[in-house]
Design a protein around this ligand. Structure first.
Ligand code: PLP
Length: 438
């Protein structure tokens, strides 16, 4: 029988030893060679996801656009390089991300700089590194950017971040398109129109288009189509009222991926086809040029490419309550269950073919009761030393990791065909104290 998790990651399998296979690599061997906890990045899978986005843009929109990897999902110099090699652009949200991409040799003209509170230092750094576009969030930022750009003698290309007022039916914390959001300027109260009008009077910024990002983890095309429609209307209005040519329509990211058997995301091509069709229809109706179309997938590029491997420590059955299984990582390397009860599929990498016998709760090693990876997971008989694999950890795990309890962050190994290579070193205790001064 096919295990259910095979459906959302075609690169995973079980080998003749009954071990989890990631691409061509036995997960148990990886754990032995590189130690645990270990972030495994299936680079072939990441590249495949990049290609799916590129192909969809080619097929459904004549390649008149670009997908940008929202690198906050997984920002390392290695992933920056993979992104560049696959021809995607990138989104950055902080000076640290700008710096990482720049140092990795990323073509910075293909980077968009996001964020609701960019500091003057970050703005200077991004201009100096040649970031292509700023996604300006508010008037304060706009004035500051214009001033810094003037000082540097440049005209910075920008898009404004718009709240289109679309409800994406997801968790409150990952919803961003409604008026009550800290991101961007709203349409319904005229704020978005006003900031465009105001920008016309500024000499060192050039408005190239509009941006919105409605939410994360969206499983249907509906909210994207609604956003596309609202934004196209707005582009028409800007042209009519102010003569502003918004050439770029950036509809953000948020494409959902499967974290368990129940999740049924649409194939990427399907989202893009439907959005492209909507844009073409409205452009025709309103007599507008087709905008250059941008998407910013984060999760959908890397989530499936990630597997975290842990070693099982104590197994603590509490009669009539539950069984806790403790692993050698936890909220430090994956805080997502603690933050919003994120779903994950877990299995025993060294017993991947065995029957599940009972539910367990997978607990981390941090001093927080909420430090769990997942609750009520069906597992085979468990023993100390088993290798536990958590699937779909490529997005928002390493990038959200911390040193809570002074636990060093795990290493990351990238797999490409038969090759395997450490791309982020395991932190040491020396790293932990490096910036302490006594
Ligand atoms: C987080 C974010 C993304 C990526 O979201 P995913 O859900 O990972 O696809 C894209 N654009 C913006 C502006 C974001 O804040």
């Amino acid at each position: 029988m096919q295990p259910a998790w095979k459906k959302f990651s075609e690169n995973l399998d079980i080998n003749e030893k009954g071990h989890l296979l990631i691409g061509q690599h036995d997960a148990v061997e990886l754990a032995k060679e590189f130690g645990t906890p270990l972030y495994v990045l299936d680079e072939d899978m990441m590249r495949l996801c990049c290609r799916r986005f590129n192909q969809a843009m080619q097929e459904h929109y004549d390649g008149n656009g670009l997908c940008h990897f929202a690198c906050k999902a997984l920002c390392t110099m290695h992933t920056a390089r993979v992104t560049a090699e696959e021809g995607l652009g990138a989104d950055v949200v902080s000076g640290g991300e700008v710096y990482t991409l720049y140092k990795a040799g990323f073509p910075m003209e293909k980077a968009y700089f996001h964020g609701n509170n960019k500091t003057a230092d970050e703005i200077e750094l991004a201009i100096d590194c040649g970031v292509g576009h700023f996604i300006v969030d508010n008037r304060y930022e706009l004035d500051m950017l214009n001033e810094i750009a003037e000082k540097k003698g440049v005209v910075q290309k920008i898009l404004f971040r718009i709240k289109p007022g679309v409800d994406a039916h997801v968790h409150e914390f990952v919803k961003t398109g409604q008026i009550d959001s800290k991101f961007g300027v709203a349409l319904e109260n005229g704020e978005a129109e006003e900031i465009h009008r105001y920008a016309l009077g500024l000499k060192n910024v050039q408005v190239d288009g509009v941006h919105c990002h409605i939410a994360s983890g969206v499983f249907e095309a509906g909210p994207f189509l609604e956003a596309a429609e609202v934004m196209m209307d707005f582009i028409a209005k800007l042209k009519e009222k102010y003569g502003i040519e918004a050439k770029i329509l950036n509809l953000g990211g948020g494409f959902g991926v499967a974290y368990d058997e129940e999740d049924e995301p649409l194939p990427i091509g399907e989202y893009i086809k439907q959005v492209a069709d909507t844009i073409k229809r409205i452009a025709k109706e309103k007599g507008l040029e087709l905008p250059y179309l941008v998407f910013e997938p984060g999760r959908a590029i890397v989530a499936q490419a990630g597997v975290t491997l842990y070693t099982v420590g104590g197994v603590k059955p509490i009669e009539n309550v539950r069984t806790y299984v403790s692993v050698d990582g936890g909220m430090g390397d994956n805080p997502r269950y603690l933050m919003y009860q994120a779903k994950y599929t877990a299995l025993l990498a060294n017993k991947a073919a065995e029957e599940n016998v009972a539910p367990v709760t997978i607990a981390g090693k941090c001093c927080e009761s909420g430090d769990l990876i997942q609750e009520h997971v069906m597992m085979p008989e468990l023993k100390v030393g088993d290798i536990l694999a958590v699937l779909g950890t490529g997005a928002y795990n390493y990038s959200m990791a911390s040193n809570y309890n002074r636990i060093p962050r795990p290493a990351m190994v990238a797999l490409r065909g038969a090759e395997k290579r450490i791309v982020v070193k395991r932190e040491t205790y020396e790293d932990i104290i490096r910036n302490d001064i006594i």
